[in-house]
Design a binder for this molecule. Structure first.
Ligand code: ZN
Length: 188
């Protein structure tokens, strides 16, 4: 999940509030550990997940079968690098053209990622169709690549937009905390 409206100043407190909310809803356990995520520490899945997620036939039992199954907050410059192996498209905010495999767009996007991570700059990405430059984080990408100050990674969870959920976590966060989270999945 990515919060594009978080700033360097409020990202940490928003991240904390999301974790507290998910703990209070018993979707996360309250003791973080370093085993449930690949680096750093994360919060393990809580007992309520089995009540609010309906597994399809033969679907992987994400939370009980996998040990890397925690939630980690990145309250800093965040790029969802895992989006690139499964990248579907980018959409120009000016002319709404969808680019699924355009070299010019992808080259510029990689450059923007580098400048953001290394120099904390959000450069413009110029549309090959309409030539309008728009700040890179205002382009729509699927999955969302981030370029934001707050990313919350759900390691090996069922996709948050999956039909098995009887309760939407992004909606819960929107209703309770007033934050709009976009969906940025990916693969290693
Ligand atoms: Zn355009």
């Amino acid at each position: 999940m990515i919060d594009h409206n978080a700033t360097p100043d409020d990202a940490a407190s928003i991240g904390d509030a999301v974790i507290e909310l998910l703990i209070s809803e018993r979707m996360l356990l309250d003791t973080p550990n370093s085993e449930c995520v690949l680096n750093g520490v994360g919060y393990p899945p809580g007992p309520r997940l089995s009540e609010i997620y309906n597994f399809a036939d033969r679907e992987l039992a994400f939370w009980s079968e996998l040990t890397v199954n925690g939630v980690k907050v990145h309250a800093e410059r965040y790029v969802n690098f895992f989006a690139f192996p499964v990248f579907e498209h980018a959409i120009c905010p000016a002319c709404k053209t969808l680019f699924s495999d355009d070299e010019s767009v992808m080259d510029q996007l990689y450059d923007c990622v580098g400048h953001f991570i290394n120099d904390d700059r959000l450069n413009s990405l110029r549309c090959p169709k309409c030539s309008v430059p728009t700040r890179c984080d205002h382009w729509t990408t699927k999955p969302d690549v981030g370029l934001s100050y707050l990313g919350i990674e759900f390691w090996n969870w069922a996709p948050l937009s999956h039909s098995g959920w009887t309760l939407s976590i992004p909606e819960l966060i929107s209703n309770r905390l007033g934050r709009t989270m976009s969906n940025g999945w990916g693969k290693l």
